[in-house]
Design a protein around this ligand. Sequence first.
Ligand code: MOS
Length: 749
Amino acid sequence: MNNIDSYTHLRGESIYVDDIPLQAETLFAAVYDSPVAHGKIISIDVSEAEKIKGVVRVITAKDIPGENQIGGIVPDEELLASTHVHFCGMPIVLVVAETEEIARTAVKKIKAEIERLPVITDPREAKEKGELIIPPRTFKLDNTGDAWKDCDYIFEGRTETNGQEHLYIETQGAYALPQENGSIKIYSSTQGPTAAQRTAARVLNIPMHQIEVDTTRLGGGFGGKEDQATTWAVMCALATHLTKRPVKYCLHRMEDMRMTGKRHPYSSDFKIGLNKELKILAYEVSFYQNAGAAADLSPAVMERTLFHCTNSYFIPNVKATAYSCRTNLPPNTAFRGFGGPQSMFVIEAAIAKVAEALNLPATVIQEKNLIQAGDEFPYGQKADSEAPACWHKTVELYDPEKLRQEINEFNSNNKHYKKGLAMMPICFGISFTKTPMNQARALVHVYTDGSIGISTGAVEMGQGVNTKIAQVAAGIFSVDLKRIKINSTNTWRIANTSPSAASATADLNGKATQMACMEILKRMKQVIADEFNVSATAVEIKEETIFINNEKTDWDWKKAVMATYLRRVSLSEHAHYSPPGIHFDATIEKGHPFAYHTYGTAIVIATVDCLRGTYEFDAVKVVHDFGKSMNEIIDRGQCEGGIVQGIGWMTMEEIVYDKDGKLRSNALSTYKVPDIYSVPKEISIHALETTKDNLAILRSKAVGEPPLMYGIGAYFALRNAIKAFNPAAEIAFDAPMTAEKVLMALYGK
Ligand code: MOS
């Protein structure tokens, strides 16, 4: 089934923040942001800006009526810098004016005298200087200390992964409107409407019930709008509060790239030990997370890094420590995978290092160590059987041995082109690792004409969650999908929502919808049963027709709805869902944090042009554990998008900050993302058929984040291709593997 948004998307009729018709008197905002990465504010001169005709208000930290604080997990981030700036791009002054042009012109007239302080951009340096966002955490399984003596092979190494721009098509933005009695309505392009509401209330010093946040859909989020959309929603709310006029701010692309955080870069050290049979016996790893200048979501991202440190493998002795390091970069934030991809890269690098040293394919080591049903993850939860199932199905379907022979043949026949193959198993835990966040609510109304309106906490951002929720409701009521409308996500209809994140949105909100619909259906069946003088168990609704004891009646859906209304029985329901059985004790770092895991295996094949260092991907062949997909078009779309985004992170997307903390890759001319020409020539996705029960919505497993991690295989496929050209190449485990780096490696020692 197609995404229910496809019709308006194709016609350009879908509404994003920048498409909302403007109210009269609307003002436009722009931000003056710090030109230096660390410093003490000596003075701010806004006088020239204030003189410009059309400038209505110039707002600084001292104008904030409540707390100048937007930090969600740790209160360490000001909305507008008061005394110090901590990163290039940190907002200092908010200007509101009659037009966008005037607002941005005024910003250019602002002068700040800032005394420069030392700048840290490197997470290891931050750690050395004691600049940690939170105390370090360590996950342990058994005892690595005792295990090293049993190892026949021990290798150590270091890895680097860089950040990644979210590059949602719709930039960050919000539009705030004054309502009566001091209330404010905010249209926000946010994954977390409640976070925007809560933070606006805090900054304005008014109760949350005065703030209505409304989100129709996003033009992409990818994690970048889980926390960082709040800033712009609150900026607009603040300006509306002070001017009593509507205020809109949609960031230009370069403002967005400069002022917002990205995927966390990580620097990591590993030590891996194996016995002669190539069983990994011990693994120690230290992660240095580049958190940027404030916590944002870094502690949660760091936690997910630890949860995924062994990827799809069982390692009996593990010690993983993570440091969240404060640097003078924009606060880094959620990005599809949320710290998981970063740690999965490290274990794959460790395995590749062993394989290269022992001169055997990494796949031999990978396969021997796949986590089996009942094996324990370092955090205490036990694995299911899908890791080996996906791997073996991949081998059976795509025959990597044969592919490898073909590649070897190609490589011996071609001097200037070399191919490389890598396999990438994935295992991703589904649930917010912060257990209390795993809850959702749905509000379902059946109207007297038989149409159905549904509100949930889910935010549609292209991932198709609204389509899935509509499918859930249509299935329960057994009505045509056209009867169902999914409403915007709104904090006055659905309260205290978790952000749409952690791949769990369809599960949590879908199940809440399921519960609400079941309750209404139960009441309707009782009404019908009373009318027909039978018991409720005799009543069934099938494709909008009412059946009694399997006999068709002349009642249809609409008649049943009207009968329920006339009997004065409620056709509305608000349901709450929280997944059972999940828990985690952070004092011992053990528990059962995930409702389940999503697994998969990919084969990635790369071809390198050994004269130029350029490359392309011949194929990504996947067996993916969808559970039982409730919407194959959407789920395959998520896989394809995730794979390409993952390959981008690993290969061409290169974020560059200079040593002064200034973003040099600050535009689409200097930051390259995959376009249609860099998509693999073939993406094959086979669904692993699993029938067992799980906590996924209609057994359709979460698919948002996991496929991104297949992209990690691209790095290792490139590495193998380079080695085919230059076996002596010593290649640092340093992603992204840009064409420049490939060229250096091809001709390096
Ligand atoms: Mo997503 S990276 O969990 O916002």
